[in-house]
Ligand binder design. Structure first.
Ligand code: ZN
Ligand code: ZN
Length: 349
């Protein structure tokens, strides 16, 4: 099969440390597949782990990376539904299967969750092992960028389901990174009557405008409330935070319309606080709702990407070799003015 006995892997060995190493190439055990990684997206989660801000269940040495486009290289015993050469994305969320949340089809809320790419070896390597149940076949016409975005879009699809968006509603997305741009696609194509997007970085504001936002606002330049009131004097029906910045959440909450819904989607630091006016929420009969990781929504995400409705190549703006992994993860916040999603191709040099 032309497989070598070792592979190159970017191994997270401790806070602030990531090394490219030769690692043994595993054979797939029963029920598992060996996957050849085509590309793997660098995510804010990888950055938080690298910086030591997210430690829960992360046991170095481990290969990070959970936004994986791959091809099936070899299948273990008992795997009949997949065959060698199949293009796929990976669902990184593995619930215990036994708890109440798992039984209710919500493995993303499992208490003893395992995630490929930080509790199990992930995609910043030439190969990885995964249970066959986590492999999401895709048409290879979507290319590596389509595979890389499948997991993030699956998270956004879950959020969109939970948002309860109604056609003709107005919406505002805070942030125009990968998540914010994907949210804008789903809202726009859900017949949003006015889509406002906020973003502090000029490069990303231009992207947001090109990819469909009706109005793009720099929240750092002037009064956000005034700018939004100029568009929607009675407030916005659906507001989605895709920044994970508690200040942005606090600033935008009062801009909800009566009957509006605020979606907590970006990951704010644990323990952070925002001030809300409970009377105002009461008076508007507003809802605050949240969404966390993908509950088996990658199949729908794959179908949506295959449909061509998501401009994946506009969002994955760079593909870099494994040698650039540590710098890309460490500098996650430093390339916002040039890139949206950065992917690693472990075969590139
Ligand atoms: Zn991610
Ligand atoms: Zn469970």
């Amino acid at each position: 099969m032309g497989r070598t006995k070792t592979m190159r892997a970017g191994v997270f060995t401790g806070v602030g440390q990531m090394k490219v190493r030769e690692a043994p190439l595993p054979d797939p055990p029963a029920g598992h597949v060996l996957l050849r990684v085509l590309a793997c997206g660098v995510c804010g989660t990888d950055h938080h782990i690298y910086e030591g801000e997210l430690t829960d269940g992360v046991a170095p040495p481990v290969v990070l990376g959970h936004e994986i486009a791959a091809r099936v290289e070899a299948v273990g015993a008992g795997v009949d539904a997949l065959s060698e050469g199949q293009f796929c994305a990976i669902d990184p969320v593995i619930g215990c299967g036994c708890c109440e949340m798992c039984r209710a089809g919500r493995p993303n809320l499992c208490d003893t969750i395992t995630v490929i790419g930080y509790r199990m070896d992930g995609g910043f390597a030439q190969y990885l092992l995964a249970p066959a149940s986590q492999v999401v076949p895709m048409d290879e016409s979507v290319g590596p960028a389509g595979g890389v975005l499948c997991e993030t879009l699956a998270c956004v699809i879950n959020g969109h389901d939970r948002l309860g968006f109604r056609a003709a509603g107005s919406a505002m997305v805070l942030g125009a990174g990968t998540v914010g741009l994907l949210w804008a696609q789903l809202l726009k194509q859900s017949l949003c009557s006015r889509l406002i997007q906020t973003e502090v970085v000029a490069f990303r504001r231009e992207k947001a405008a090109r990819l469909g936002a009706d109005v793009v606002i720099d929240p750092a330049a002037g009064d956000l409330a005034e700018r939004v009131a100029a568009e929607r004097p009675d407030g916005v029906d659906f507001i989605v935070d895709a920044t994970g910045d508690p200040t942005a959440v606090e600033q935008a909450m009062p801009l909800l319309a009566r009957g509006g819904t605020f979606m907590i989607f970006g990951v704010c630091p644990a323990g952070s606080r925002v001030r809300i006016d409970p009377f105002e929420l009461y008076n508007k009969e507003a809802r605050i709702i949240a969404s966390k990781m993908p509950p088996r929504t990658l199949g729908r995400s794959a179908r949506l990407i295959e449909s061509g409705l998501i401009p994946c190549d506009e969002i994955v703006t760079a593909t870099l070799p494994l040698e650039e992994l540590a710098a890309s993860v460490a500098g996650f916040n430093d390339h916002r003015d040039r890139h949206v999603k950065v992917a690693i191709d472990p075969w590139a040099s």
